[in-house]
Design a protein around this ligand. Sequence first.
Ligand SMILES: Cc1cc2nc3c(=O)[nH]c(=O)nc-3n(C[C@H](O)[C@H](O)[C@H](O)COP(=O)(O)O)c2cc1C
Length: 314
Amino acid sequence: MKLFDKSKTFLGLAPMAGFTDYAFRKICALCGADFTVTEMISSKGLYYNNERTGSLMSICRESGVGVQIFGSEERSLNYAASYVAKEVSPDFIDINMGCPTPKIVNSGDGSALLKDLDKALCCARAVISGAGDVPVTVKLRLGWENALPELPDFVKRLEDEGIAAVFVHGRTSRQMYRPGVDYGAIKRIKERVNIPVFANGDITSPEKAKEVLSITGADGLLIGRGSLGNPFIFGQIKEYLQSGSYRTPTKEEITELAIAQLNEAVKDKGDRRASVEARSQIAHYLKGMSGAAEKRKMLSEATSSDEIINILKL
Ligand SMILES: Cc1cc2nc3c(=O)[nH]c(=O)nc-3n(C[C@H](O)[C@H](O)[C@H](O)COP(=O)(O)O)c2cc1C
């Protein structure tokens, strides 16, 4: 599949550390996501040959796939990009310029790169040179403290360096996840560059997806939290954009999908680890179901897939 060719509205699963593991990415791909992105992977971790970092990169090919790396040191970013390109050969490598969590920004990584756009550009250059033929994308927020008026020009500079597409979360870093996504700022970027621009932030329904596409003129959408417990959203958005309506899954279909995700996780990580790690993900599938609070409590103590499946079927 050729990604980012503007031939259609691509829908991607946003990277979400702790959630977008192999199993969830595969389920979202099967439900209509055109591409998925791994959880962020430390370029320094790869540079110093960290095994767990390596295991985060197990990828599924049911859709397009991107591997996201983070860091602010050109040497390790360059190494990480060439390692990922050779070992994994993904459809694209994404640079994280959006993560606001203290652990990441205190090392100058993630959205802290937006404090020094010249440095951010050097980092992008280092990744592009390491990635070889693999396209490189950037996922960014609107700025550090305040939305940067020069952001469209910065994205243009990224384009001139060879960045293949950008994913724009319409919030500043300081805003974390507080309400108020500035879709107008995404539109201004879209108007300034030729590469595909993907809008991201608070897209939780097909109606909202259509509205965001219309406000921003974006080439595609990146969906994060709206997909948790609801991978159906990708297919629903496609259906809605095409026909103006979409189908809501039954309780049985939701339960079936939750079990399918759990089974994939078990294949990937083994029963106990998969079950413990999947508890927070499976909890999202219970939203709106009868006895959800009680089931969530039971889920929080489950340590095997059998237990989780029994709770889901209650
Ligand atoms: C739990 C969680 C983990 C996240 N991890 C990452 C990450 O690893 N890399 C990244 O670029 N963004 C990460 N994000 C940000 C999302 O990719 C996305 O930009 C943000 O949630 C806004 O989109 P949404 O409103 O559709 O969720 C994370 C978000 C959440 C909620």
